[in-house]
Design a protein around this ligand. Structure first.
Ligand code: TRP
Ligand code: MN
Length: 458
């Protein structure tokens, strides 16, 4: 049976259960030392309240359907990996601030609605290139994110601990609670637009450019009020819809959070509104695709330069068998200089196949390198270059450049090189605090939003 509404995903494949992935090869799963303790923990997680409501995921689905039709733009942003250690109200607020600023710049600059999705309230797990690493002569399990183990280089810290799954759930719940309070309780009100400009940003060229927009918005609001419009009644000026997302990596956790929606009978992964599968776990016939195929949430898949058209078409068939707009977001992470060659054939094949996907650009993960000082970094110019190549190739192929997916923080970190303050390699040490990949700081993020708005306007 096809659902007539565009906010409803097609039903799960016949016979699918949240645990169906267990019969398939699952890449990137931790080596939990005690299988019994793990299963007990998962069982107790499965009795805890859902973090999101299925109706919310359907609402995001219809917003993404708008993006798929070329009527809206998807801004997805947040940490590479959230940390148990840096879990404070200020941290959450500052990340939200910079995302709201970017959304204002994009909405005001293009006149196109912006769908705001955070990599937040559950973005804890990291795939690794090797299961172990050698630190000072000792072979240790790799750090897989705070939902699995701790980053300290000792055997005790690196041993996967199922209790962390429960901590991740609770941290997600309180993060989501604060986000809901901020986005619905007045903080995200358009009349606060000046307040989101953080101190270290405000005096910069990006910050001043932002202030100019903020003033114009305030002027527009005054104008409407003077015209007799009762702004207090206009909910949309005072609140934003802000959605959560993360990589669905640790399948036991995602399974435990998956619930049958009593309204529709569909299965929803209630750990976030949207989840995606990474470049390292999107194998056809693998456990991650098996899991994603059965949940009704909007889902995403990262595509790197090795992705073939055959693979991508099989992936579309597995995740979007009924060709539902908004169901599937394909996230291109090719690296600057490779978009034309690598993405173009995929765009063409998917267009011909008729899958109404959202195409999104992740300009971060294809542009990571290790600097002279041994720090993983990215250059702002490469990030921008990949985005503008993405827009150009989408235009040439008649595909809507549906969104960007970036790793950022509200703090004034020095993790990515370049930008208008021109962070240099020997400055990376100053404020390099990421638990995993290097993130754009507040100024770089705002600058990026201005560039993306310019590209969208063209
Ligand atoms: N609700 C509208 C939207 O999300 C307008 C809006 C209110 C807004 N506060 C915002 C837009 C903050 C961007 C940022 O588009
Ligand atoms: Mn990352």
């Amino acid at each position: 049976m096809e659902h007539p509404r565009d906010d409803a995903a097609p039903p799960a494949p016949a016979g699918w259960t949240p645990g169906a992935w267990r019969a398939k090869p699952a890449a990137q799963q931790p080596d939990w030392p005690d299988a019994y303790a793990l299963e007990q923990t998962l069982k107790s997680l499965s009795t805890l309240p859902p973090l999101v409501f299925a109706g919310e995921a359907r609402h995001l689905h219809s917003a993404l359907a708008q993006v798929a039709r070329g009527e809206a733009f998807l801004l997805q942003a947040g940490d590479c990996a959230e940390s148990f250690a840096e879990f404070t109200a200020d941290n959450i607020r500052d990340k939200l601030k910079v995302i709201l600023q970017m959304a204002v710049v994009l909405t005001y600059g293009t006149g196109v609605p912006v769908v705001k999705v955070g990599r937040i309230a559950g973005q804890f797990a990291k795939p690794r290139s090797a299961p172990t690493e050698t630190v000072a002569g000792q072979e240790l399990p790799s750090f897989r994110g705070h939902i699995v183990n701790d980053d300290a280089p000792t055997l005790a810290a690196r041993t996967p601990d199922p209790a962390r799954l429960v901590s991740a759930y609770h941290q997600s719940a309180s993060t989501l609670n604060l986000l809901r309070a901020f986005t619905k309780g007045g903080f995200a009100d358009l009349s606060e637009v000046h307040m989101w400009n953080q101190q270290f940003v405000a005096s910069s060229s990006e910050g001043q450019r932002y202030n100019a927009i903020a003033e114009e918005i305030e002027r527009a609001l005054r104008f409407m009020r003077a015209c007799g419009i009762n702004l207090a009644q206009e909910q949309s000026l005072h609140q934003v819809d802000f959605w959560t997302s993360h990589e669905a990596l640790i399948l036991g956790y995602e399974e435990a959070m998956t619930r049958n929606d009593s309204l529709t009978g569909d299965w929803y992964d209630t750990s976030a509104h949207m989840v995606w599968v990474g470049e390292r776990t999107r194998q056809i016939g693998g456990a991650h695709l098996e899991f994603l195929a059965g949940i009704a949430n909007p889902v995403g898949a990262k595509l790197g330069p090795a992705a073939t058209t055959e693979e991508v078409l099989e992936l579309c068939a597995a995740l979007d068998p009924h060709r539902t707009p908004g169901r599937l977001t394909l996230i291109s992470r090719m690296g600057a200089g490779r978009v034309s060659e690598k993405l173009r054939p995929l765009l063409r094949a998917v267009l011909t196949s008729g899958h109404p996907v959202v195409w999104q650009c992740d300009p971060m993960h294809g542009n990571t390198f290790t600097g002279a000082g041994g720090r993983k970094t990215r250059h702002f110019d490469d990030v921008l270059a990949e985005i503008s190549e993405f827009f150009a190739v989408c235009r040439e192929e008649g595909v809507w450049p549906g969104g960007v997916h970036v790793e950022l923080t509200g703090d004034s970190v020095t993790e990515c090189l370049g930008g208008s303050e021109d962070i240099l390699e020997d400055q990376l040490e100053l404020r390099y605090t990421t638990t995993c990949d290097p993130r754009l700081n507040g100024r770089q993020s705002l600058d990026l939003a201005f560039r993306v708005a310019e590209l969208l306007r063209q």
